[in-house]
Design a protein around this ligand. Structure first.
Ligand SMILES: CC(C)(COP(=O)(O)OP(=O)(O)OC[C@H]1O[C@@H](n2cnc3c(N)ncnc32)[C@H](O)[C@@H]1OP(=O)(O)O)[C@@H](O)C(=O)NCCC(=O)NCCS
Length: 222
């Protein structure tokens, strides 16, 4: 992990030149990674697709993507370099992705996440996503269920306030540091994540085009 001190985390639209670095993180983050060609085709041929790369010190440390389908943002991918996790890069990137969705007129956002992926579930819960159902045996590598999560409408007051608080807080975060997490210095604003306490609705209809199976996220946190 090499980053130059004093440089800022920058979140920019993903470019095809980013794909080699994206693929390195992809392979470190998922057991069945999307091939670089899948990302290339997203960037070059899918008008619905919006992908972001997070840069720090001249290298990509995270990326995320979504499809904007009519008024729904569907998050298709999200990963932080294992060497840079727990430094609030995920917080900043998700804030940027949701702000992009809102700016483009999305009404709400949805995603699928492995039931066992507590780190990602907590991140999403923090930004207002709630479980609405299960896609049984969604992940073909091991048959794990996917949890379907969605936000309330972005126009809903409680979510607007939550995102306003998070946006203001993200703006105050120190730049990510090689030496460790900034968690203690910058606790997130209020409200527990409550992953375990939220009940699950019946199965959610699978109506959208699916991307290749993501496989199990690997946990490489310190
Ligand atoms: C999930 C992931 C993106 C989080 O990125 P990150 O940069 O480490 O996250 P941050 O440091 O910004 O933390 C943001 C929030 O995520 C949650 N979180 C992150 N790592 C966590 C962990 N190991 N355990 C529990 N919660 C965790 C927390 O809610 C945290 O906020 P809090 O500390 O105020 O509670 C990262 O672990 C990752 O890339 N995992 C592999 C790929 C993946 O699972 N992608 C999602 C596919 S749906």
């Amino acid at each position: 992990m090499v980053a130059h001190p004093g440089l800022r985390l920058q979140i920019l639209p993903m470019h095809v030149d980013d794909l080699p670095a994206v693929h390195v993180i992809e392979r470190q983050s998922f057991t069945t990674p999307w091939p670089p060609q899948a990302y290339r085709s997203e960037l070059e041929s899918n008008d619905l697709a919006h992908y972001l790369s997070a840069w720090l010190g001249g290298r990509i440390v995270a990326y995320a993507g979504m499809w904007l389908m009519l008024d729904e943002a569907h998050i298709t991918t999200f990963a932080v370099d294992p060497a840079w996790r727990r430094r609030r890069i995920g917080d900043r990137l998700l804030m940027a992705l949701l702000d992009l969705a809102i700016a483009r007129g999305a009404r709400d956002a949805t995603l699928e996440v492995r039931v066992s992926n507590i780190a990602a579930r907590r991140l999403y819960e923090k930004f207002g996503f709630r479980p609405i159902g299960i896609r049984p045996r969604y992940y073909t590598d091991d048959g794990e269920d996917a949890l379907v999560m969605t936000t309330p409408p972005f126009s809903e007051t409680a979510l607007t306030r939550r995102l306003d608080r998070l946006r203001a807080w993200v703006a105050t975060l120190p730049e990510p540091d090689e030496n460790g997490a900034a968690d203690e210095a910058t606790p997130a604003p209020g409200e527990g994540t409550g992953v375990e306490s939220v009940g699950l609705a019946p199965d959610h209809a699978a109506t959208r085009r699916e991307m290749p199976d993501r496989g199990r996220a690997t946990e490489a946190d310190p």
